[in-house]
Design a protein around this ligand. Sequence first.
Ligand code: CP
Ligand code: NVA
Length: 305
Amino acid sequence: MNKRHFKTLIDINTQEFKRIIKKAIDYKHQDQSNTISKICNNKTLAMIFKKNSTRTRVSFETAMYKLGGHAIYLSEDSTQLKRGEDISDTAKVLSGMVDMIMMRTNSHEEIKSLAANSSVPVINGLCNLFHPCQLLADMQTIAEIKGENFEKLSIAWIGDGNNMCNSYINASKLLNFKLKISVPNGYEPDKYTLDKFGENVELCEIPGSAVDGADVVTTDVWASMGDEHENEERKKVFKSFQVNMNLMSKAKKEAIFLHCLPAHRGEEIDETIIDSEHSAVWQQAHNRLYSSMAIIDFLIDSNKN
Ligand code: CP
Ligand code: NVA
């Protein structure tokens, strides 16, 4: 049997995606009643971070603890990766010692190489092209607030056509919701992802058209990790793509606002939206814990012989 990984959302099918969302909601209830079963007893997760993280690190580390296992944090600087050890060698070594590997890095190719050389499941904790773990929490949050009929929803993505945007395209294909994307010229999402998985996507020239009648409005920083040197240039290009209360007023009255965080108030969002009655951002961030537990659970379960 081929090893199941979570390199992108496309590694799971629609049914599995819905099952993971349900499981995440279950874990949230079980956490409240202190009834989580220790399915990771005697298991370890290695977490390799070549980029900074607050939510991804804390959610996976806490998830492993609550599931009865242990997580090992490995920064690039503190490992031999910094001294040039190839990821394929690292994969072969780590997978002989731990039960699962999560990695945050720049290159999607590196995630693929890690998975190809690992005998244990690999989780993409963010790369230049995708952020599939965040989408699990986003979809859990939407399911909790709007229900699980994703196909009835219209979601607006405003800003940079980045790793989050590409993962939203994958999610729109799997869960069959309408995704309206508005990005500046030259900052479009990944062409392959759009061509292959973009059948529910509409590209809108102006943010107002994307947000018009939306159930969910979401955005992300204008300069992702690794793009910071373009910050000043991007501030000019993205100026009219700010999600503010005025733009939000074009969405449905009960529309929610999501942001994967970290956020830059005064840039991609105004000062108020994140704390407004539309915002589900804190619920979304807290759901990272439960969706991390659910993806660990899914990978253990689907890799049982
Ligand atoms: N949203 C997200 O992935 O946050 P971190 O970068 O803090 O992990
Ligand atoms: N697009 C952002 C997401 C951070 C969670 C980045 O890659 O920096």
